[in-house]
Design a protein around this ligand. Structure first.
Ligand code: IFM
Length: 754
């Protein structure tokens, strides 16, 4: 671990608290900055690997929604598109590398206000020649297909031969899985490089284009160049003799289109090739700087609707919240309601680009309260996969919509891998049970639909999509319940709740309460629609249209809502997490609570052994009393927080922020602040290994909620807006925008005023 490598104070003046930087290049830690400095626009995500190559890099480029299944034993994943970031630079025949020569004044900065990544340093090679390097890069926020790099190399008091190789490299894989069949390669007009490749199973054609602009000082250079074409690879090699104090300006402008793109729907590959080529020609004529400026305007518009101003003694707080929002903006496919958000956004191969409840419960509130159009599109994604949810229910012997634990393309159904890492006792692969029995996601999605509706008042969305999701998910739960004839009540047995350390439990509190909530809402809206919205009711009640027969379902739903077993709080307010949690043994968890890296307990106990201990991975009952808070008073919140937090290792990145909110609710502002800070450090902190496979998308949503719903106390309670601030003493004030039923509010919270 290197404490000083990440700098939070690089931004000055208008960029104060907008810039995160890396102050030293270290090959060992490259993956961290590749992920946390990721660039994107929701369609495209590019890890910030350096232009020159180093061992251990992950040179990933992902396009939202382009899932492919590599083999029968693998699950579908987002394939790594051809690399168009790489640029090889040779100085007097020697390949430039930061591992050779002397490097000084190094800094790499991510400017979250403009979406631009910069890297600069002075490099002296082994012959004693010195060069100033500046690399700039952006992914356009204006034209979703476009991204560009600009390299400037200034020769300090020496002449040199500069050779640059750059192009399109389809030899990259997803950890060895090559998802593409090789396609056409071509160089047009001696400049425009085009390469196609097609995914092996989903048959999506990717069209990649790149072009370069080379200048020495202000003059366009006509260097010697050589075409290079290889397997899955095509590029151009430029060679120029440059004089002392001259600067080489090398621009690389690229685009990607695919046959899955929403804006290319119905087009032939030939048409897409032509459009992409026309666009790359236009982009080249505009050039890096002007293209970037257009994108910046788009960034500004986005920030105008979401920026939170935090006045505190530590500027890091302001930066950390912007960092969370920056990532949520670049990871979210707002352009396409057939795509969801991956658990790592588009910043790495982790979780294969799949969507979890992370979207609905963690990330969605940010969009619902500030950019509802985007929240709506994400919910439509869930609507669009109803067919797959019906199939999953049927395969498991149930009815209605049973959402997959992990989702990819809308038609893919359940895509959770079945096998995970090695069991420390048996040495065998551990079975991942979530895809089979982590079922609460079905109510989480219904909950998000209702939350969106209450906050935005978007009746049209409900008529078109929302009510159908509510009824369909409730029907699933009704079919899922198991009758216990001795107790005269319905149970939900053999599940994994949000706390994934506890597998195969019965009556998980979170799962049962949320299932009841879901059925209860369906019962309520049955009545409301029947009485007040007959057009929609008639449509939804017609099995030919919606597959639903509400009149037939309603009595069963009502009965099951009343008879489902719920873990009730005991006299101290404690809610058992499930049927057996409270009777499991307690062990000393100090070692694990103080761990530097998550997952320490899994090195000492395998899942079976862990299952016998009162230890939790993440918020579960604590999450329940947050989401359904109108059902629980403060005493209950307090006693569950006090009981479960000490048993929770926060081994999931989804945990800290939710605990921070609850700590705010139960008047523990210092603890709330501490948990918030820890949540911000998951990706932005100085631990250089936490983000290697990609950032933690849900934790960014959690950070936003910890500030807005925790410190500022914003909550939608039963359709009403409540603001009950609990600022910690480290924060003087927070000012933030909020949309409430279409009204734009600007809210300022101080220690004694709202
Ligand atoms: O959805 C989460 C889950 O709650 C804990 N494990 C990781 C998943 C993806 O972030």
């Amino acid at each position: 671990m290197n404490q000083s490598i990440i700098n939070y104070n690089s931004g000055k003046d208008e960029y104060k608290n907008w810039i995160v930087s890396e102050t030293e290049f270290n090959v060992k830690y490259q993956k961290k900055c590749e992920a946390i400095f990721c660039l994107g626009n929701g369609y495209l995500g590019i890890r910030s690997a350096t232009e020159e190559s180093y061992l251990g890099q992950l040179r990933d480029t992902f396009i939202s929604g382009t899932f492919n299944k590599f083999g029968d034993n693998e699950v579908t994943e987002l394939p790594n598109a051809a690399d168009m970031i790489a640029i090889d630079i040779y100085v007097d025949g020697e390949l430039f590398s930061l591992e050779k020569g002397i490097v000084s004044n190094y800094e790499r900065t991510l400017n979250m206000k403009t979406g631009e990544l910069k890297r600069y340093f002075t490099w002296t090679n082994k012959s004693g020649k010195t060069f100033n390097f500046l690399f700039k890069r952006f992914v356009s926020f204006h034209n979703l297909h476009l991204f560009a790099t600009k390299v400037e190399i200034t020769l300090v008091g020496c002449d040199a031969n500069i050779e640059i190789y750059s192009g399109i490299n389809g030899q990259v894989t997803n950890s060895g899985s090559q998802h593409f069949l090789e396609g056409e390669k071509r160089i047009f007009d001696n400049r425009y490089i085009q390469m196609l490749q097609k995914t092996t199973e989903s048959n999506i054609t990717f069209v990649h284009n790149t072009v370069h602009n080379l200048k020495v000082d202000e003059k366009e250079d006509i260097p010697t160049y050589r075409f290079e074409m290889d397997r899955r690879k095509v590029g151009i090699n430029y060679n120029s003799s440059v004089l002392s104090n001259q600067t080489v300006y090398f621009e690389k402008i690229s685009n990607i289109y695919t046959t899955r793109d929403k804006d290319m729907e119905g087009m032939s590959i030939k048409e897409i090739k032509d459009i992409s080529l026309k666009n790359i020609k236009h982009s080249r004529s505009v050039g890096y700087d002007a293209l970037k400026n257009v994108g910046c305007k788009e960034w500004q518009k986005n920030w105008d609707s979401i920026d939170i101003k935090i006045d505190s003694d530590d500027d890091y707080n302001q930066l950390a919240v912007r960092f969370a929002q920056y990532h949520m903006l670049i990871m979210t496919p707002k352009h396409d309601n057939r795509c969801g958000i991956g658990a790592k956004g588009l910043s790495g191969e982790g979780y294969k680009g799949h969507s979890f409840w992370d979207t609905e419960i963690f990330i969605l509130p940010f969009f619902t309260y500030t950019m509802p159009e985007i929240a709506k599109s994400l919910l439509e994604y869930r609507y669009n996969m109803l067919e797959g949810a019906h199939i999953k229910a049927k395969e498991n012997g149930y009815r209605g919509a049973m959402y997959p634990w992990e989702s990819a393309w809308i038609k893919d159904g359940e895509v959770t891998p079945v096998w995970g890492g090695a069991d420390i006792v048996t040495g065998e692969s551990t079975k991942i049970w979530s895809g089979f029995i982590e079922q609460h996601i079905t109510s989480d999605i219904a909950f998000a639909v209702w939350q969106y509706y209450q906050i935005t008042g978007d009746e049209e969305f409900m008529n078109e999509y929302g009510y159908e999701i509510l009824f369909d998910t409730a029907i699933f739960w009704a079919s899922r319940l198991e009758w216990d004839k001795d107790k005269n009540e319905y149970h939900i047995n053999d599940v994994v709740g949000p706390d994934e350390f506890q597998e195969h439990v019965n009556n998980d509190a979170f799962t049962n309460y949320m299932a009841q909530w879901c059925m209860e809402k369906a019962v309520d809206y049955y009545k409301i629609l029947k009485e007040n919205n007959s057009r929609v009711f008639v449509r939804l009640n017609n099995p030919e249209y919606s597959g639903l027969n509400l009149d037939k379902e309603i009595d069963v739903l009502r009965d099951k809502t009343n008879k489902i077993y719920l873990q009730l709080p005991n006299k101290d307010g404690l809610i058992p997490q499930d049927d057996t949690y409270l009777s499991k043994k307690n062990i000393d968890l100090t070692k694990y609570k103080n761990q530097k890296n998550v997952g320490l307990i899994s090195k000492d106990y395998n899942p079976k052994q862990r299952n016998k201990i009162q230890v939790s991975k993440q918020a579960s009952v604590v999450m329940l009393v947050y989401l359904l808070e109108y059902k629980f008073n403060n005493k209950i919140k307090q006693s569950n927080f006090d009981y479960y937090e000490p048993k929770t290792l926060h081994d999931s990145s989804l945990s800290l922020a939710i605990h921070s909110i609850l700590a705010s609710d139960v008047d523990k502002p210092d603890f709330a602040y501490k948990l918030f800070r820890k949540a911000t450090e998951i990706d932005l902190g100085t631990n250089m290994k936490t983000s290697d496979p990609g950032i933690h998308a849900a934790s960014f949503g959690g950070i936003w909620q910890a500030v807005i719903c925790g410190f500022c106390g914003v909550r939608m309670v039963q359709g009403k807006l409540r603001i009950n601030p609990k600022l910690p003493e480290q924060i003087n004030s927070i000012t933030f925008p909020l949309l409430w039923k279409g009204n734009k509010l600007e809210i300022k919270v101080t220690n004694n005023k709202l």
